[in-house]
Design a protein around this ligand. Structure first.
Ligand SMILES: Nc1nc2c(c(=O)[nH]1)N[C@H]1C(S)=C(S)[C@@H](COP(=O)(O)OP(=O)(O)OC[C@H]3O[C@@H](n4cnc5c(N)ncnc54)[C@H](O)[C@@H]3O)O[C@H]1N2
Ligand code: MOO
Length: 294
């Protein structure tokens, strides 16, 4: 009984008046705005609604996005690839990107460059898709089937070069009687992901009723000189960091705009406008903030 803390009586001061009590309206006083239109509903917000007696809210459901990879050369991941074959990375990456953007995403997988097969597949997918995202076959060669089958139809999909780098060859428009929006991204994997970021992601945000539609951007101090093609707006994987004294710095990642590993590392996209041919170290540039903590 003489172990410390045992068998001895200690008088503690009594609790202050009101201690441990939760008062009505303490956290959210009457009249507080609970959520703005365009807010994504999360579990805690559901709790806030329920606790404040709101049993019903009007929502836009997550858009259904169908992802199709095209190309005779493609094989599914995990299968042995022969010389001349390419493992399909894009349908997986774009499906993940669509989920990250808040969509219900369906990966259809690989479709050969057979015009009838492709037409039929797109027609079928219009029944379940709010947005169709394809990759591959957007070039101007005779075998670039996506451009061939879609640009023939009375202008519903346009492949006029977009001043985007990488991603110049992408197409966009609608397909089928239901006029389902479609974004046709290039086959080159980094170009496909950047094209998705710039064109498809905002479309998903818009379909979801989300606000804001675009990524936030900041002005940042560029740490390394980079060249950029004239006439095209370049989006380049980069690492952005907050400076101690305020503001941001941005470091372009090695490998330029066409790197998957650079994109995997990036927490921002450096934006170099159409008129920029060289962005010099020390200048101030625009950076889109990707939603990744690094
Ligand atoms: N005459 C012209 N030819 C090309 C131009 C041009 O302006 N004029 N632009 C070039 C550029 S830039 C791009 S980008 C490509 C876009 O062409 P495609 O969309 O037809 O791309 P593909 O030929 O289908 O593929 C390019 C490259 O990427 C590989 N690929 C394709 N799909 C996948 C996938 N799902 N996963 C991984 N890798 C994939 C494919 O095997 C090729 O190596 O056009 C240029 N030509
Ligand atoms: O269109 Mo290509 O995507 O510039 O790389």
């Amino acid at each position: 009984m003489d172990r410390p803390g045992h068998g001895r009586r200690r008088d503690l001061p009594g609790p202050k008046r009101g201690y441990g009590l939760r008062r009505a309206g303490e956290e959210l006083p009457a009249g507080t705005l609970l959520a703005r239109a365009g807010t994504e509903i999360n579990p805690a917000l559901v709790a806030v609604f329920a606790a404040t007696g709101i049993g019903h809210v009007v929502v836009r459901s997550s858009p259904r996005v169908v992802v199709v990879a095209t190309g005779d050369e493609l094989v599914d991941v995990g299968r042995a690839s022969q010389p001349g074959q390419v493992v399909d990375a894009n349908s997986h990456a774009l499906t993940a990107a669509a989920v990250e953007a808040g969509a219900m995403a369906y990966r259809v997988g690989i479709c050969d460059d057979d015009p009838e097969g492709l037409r039929g597949l797109l027609e079928d997918q219009t029944l379940r898709a709010d947005l169709i995202v394809t990759t591959g076959g957007t070039g101007t060669g005779p075998g670039d089937m996506m451009r061939r089958i879609l640009s023939r139809r009375d202008g519903a999909v346009t492949f006029q070069s977009v001043a985007l780098y990488p991603g110049t060859t992408l197409g966009f428009g609608t397909v089928g009687g239901e006029e389902v929006p479609i974004v046709c991204l290039p086959g080159e994997p980094a170009a496909a992901l950047i094209g998705f970021e710039v064109l498809a992601r905002p479309a998903i945000q818009l379909l979801a009723g989300a606000e804001p539609v675009f990524r936030p951007s900041v002005r940042a101090h560029l740490l390394e000189t980079v060249p950029s093609p004239a006439g095209l707006r370049e989006f380049r994987p980069a690492h952005v960091a907050e400076r101690r004294g305020g503001g941001y710095t941005v470091q372009p990642l090695p490998g330029g705009p066409y790197t998957m590993s650079g994109l995997a590392e990036a927490n921002g996209l450096l934006v170099l406008g159409e008129k920029v041919t060289t962005a010099t170290a020390g200048s101030t540039v625009d950076v889109l903030l990707l939603d990744r903590r690094r």
